[in-house]
Write a protein that binds this ligand. Sequence first.
Ligand SMILES: [Zn+2]
Length: 228
Amino acid sequence: MEVVPGLHWVERIWDTKVYILVEGDRVVIVDAATPGRAGAVWAHLASLGYSPEAVDEIWLTHADIDHMGSVAALQSDSGAQVVAHRADVPLVEGLSDRQLGPLPLSGAYQRIFNWVVRRMFRPATVDRAVGDGEALGGWQVVHAPGHTPGSICFHHPSRGILLVGDALNHRRGRLGAPPPMFTSDMGQAHASIRRIAALDFEICCFGHGPPLSVNARERVRAFADSLI
Ligand SMILES: [Zn+2]
């Protein structure tokens, strides 16, 4: 599905959203879904008339298994450069464990979670570690930590598009903050939502749930105002 010209949503991957940006000669994949999904991304790309070698960059909104699961396969098939926030680089490269939310028994739960991730996930090399405010063509990196330390959004101010990853989700018609169980710092996650709400945009695309293309900023602002 083409959300707006040049911004494609790989709808075959139903659980986590993967987007393909086509801007002139430049092709970018945003997020890498769960492990084993490279074929679905390539099938969608082929339907747009491109081969894997056409991909220039793979941008990761954050280093969770459902957003970076196929990154190594996508990288090796295409030769594309992987871009992630510097705080999440050790997770993408398999050098550190994911910090989950502070829960009862979180130490034991975290060990099991990370054991499963290590078995399922093939790490990748980050070619470009970015920080807040960096430009990626017409897009800007917006640091939105909380869910993970290196969660980022991609904002295209002149086109009014915002890709939020999991800093916000849109499930069953409602906006939501990232789930506390998988959010290393909930206070920071709420502060990031307020920061996102202050940006200028008309279209908002999520890591989970369909894009909002009508009154997106107003909806996000109202949600941010509702957070305590
Ligand atoms: Zn996710």
